[in-house]
Write a protein that binds this ligand. Structure first.
Ligand SMILES: C[S@@+](CC[C@H](N)C(=O)[O-])C[C@H]1O[C@@H](n2cnc3c(N)ncnc32)[C@H](O)[C@@H]1O
Length: 361
């Protein structure tokens, strides 16, 4: 999950689609101040679900903002996906949702829907190759037999799989269709499935399962954590190994911090600012992005609501799922640690412990 602030390079893409020029031209705009953006650019985006849109006719900017007619206009244009932007919430439209589904089978919006197109720019500082080397050697060390297959849960844009798929026959699972779209494009040889990590059934088992960059934090309660680890366990062969990089704990999460990250690259400047607070025992991160691309600035914010689990809670959940876990203080990123858990035979996970010798005789 999102953390340190560093300067990086990045590659120029806008949701992988070239900007087309045509008589009726659509352009991406800032999401939060659509009127201001519209008046400066006369814009809109049928492609990315932007908040509002206007028209740029060949020959002159008319700068029309069509917010109130958002749904109607979308239907006229046959571009159902635009209904998935913030105004989808303002002007709910069942037909829009149905059209959006049939238009491409894209899933619901998640906190990663907007960031997906720039995610790899945001985390270009992260050394995925080095992390994958460590994960690979842990898998080989802890797996009861030579590992051949791997499932990466909450795989995101597939940055670990880029490296791990060279050693293992790999599969990825993630909740965000937008993140998966990037991963699929990058790794055509890998199978990807869109599913919540809490509950999915692929109908097969793997030698190794990974859930990295603190994605496990997206499960919010202890009950959900247990369900998720049972799902992981169900997808492991006996003797197979799960590597889970935890999110922060109630003791290590720092409330009230604001962080900023500024990056410049040929694609344009990218600024992220986030606040962090603890509410109801959970960590709430609010991230604001400003992304300059193609002469315009996109702005959006996203809220990440993440569970905070102590080591004792994590270890108990692993045990209950039939996974014998070991916590490694030295993880992939500073301050997070890493769980390496082996799936034990069903009877040994439920076998009662040997009673302790009576003390104080
Ligand atoms: C911090 S990113 C990590 C992505 C990738 N593992 C990496 O290291 O770059 C967290 C990922 O978890 C995914 N995610 C969040 N909640 C999820 C859930 N309930 N089930 C599956 N994936 C989820 C997000 O879509 C996102 O891709």
């Amino acid at each position: 999950m999102n953390a340190p602030t560093q300067q990086t390079r990045s590659s120029p893409t806008y949701q992988g689609r070239p900007q087309r020029r045509s008589i009726l031209r659509f352009r991406p705009i800032a999401r939060t101040d659509s009127r201001a953006a519209a008046s400066t650019r006369g814009i809109g985006s049928a492609a990315d679900g932007a908040a509002a849109f206007g028209f740029t006719w060949a020959g002159g900017d008319r700068g029309i903002v069509a917010e109130p007619h958002h749904a109607l206009l979308s239907i006229k244009l046959g571009a159902a996906r635009i209904l998935r932007g913030p105004h989808r919430r303002k002007y709910p439209c069942r037909l829009g949702a149905a059209m959006a589904r049939s238009a491409g089978g894209r899933g619901p919006r998640t906190p990663y829907s907007d960031v997906a197109s720039v995610y790899d720019r945001v985390y270009a500082w992260k050394d995925y190759g080095h992390e994958a080397d460590r994960v690979r050697s842990l898998i080989r060390r802890y797996c009861a037999r030579p590992p051949r297959t791997l499932l990466d849960v909450a795989c995101g844009t597939g940055s670990h799989l880029v490296h791990l798929s060279r050693s293992f026959d790999s599969t990825g699972v993630d909740l965000s269709e937008e993140m998966l779209a990037v991963a699929r494009k990058r790794l055509p040889q890998v199978r990807f499935h869109r599913a919540p990590m809490q509950e999915f059934r692929l109908g097969e088992t793997f030698d190794a399962l990974t859930c990295l960059f603190s994605a496990i934090g997206y499960v919010r309660s202890e009950a959900e954590l247990r369900r998720t680890l049972r799902t992981f366990s169900r997808h492991l062969r006996e003797g197979g190994v799960a590597i889970v990089e935890p999110w922060l704990t109630p003791g290590t999460f720092r409330s009230g911090e604001v962080r900023v990250s500024v990056q410049r690259s040929r694609a344009g400047p990218l600024v992220r600012m986030n606040s962090a607070e603890m509410r109801g025992g959970r960590s709430i991160l609010t991230m604001h992005y400003l992304v300059g691309e193609g002469g315009v600035v996109r702005h959006w914010s996203e809220v990440h609501n993440m569970g905070l689990f102590s080591r004792a809670t994590m270890e108990a959940a692993f045990r209950a799922a039939g996974l014998r876990a070991r916590y490694l203080r030295r993880g992939l990123m500073p301050g997070r640690g890493l769980y390496v858990a082996r799936k034990v035979a069903a009877e040994s996970s439920t076998r009662p412990r040997r009673p302790r010798a009576t003390r104080g005789r």
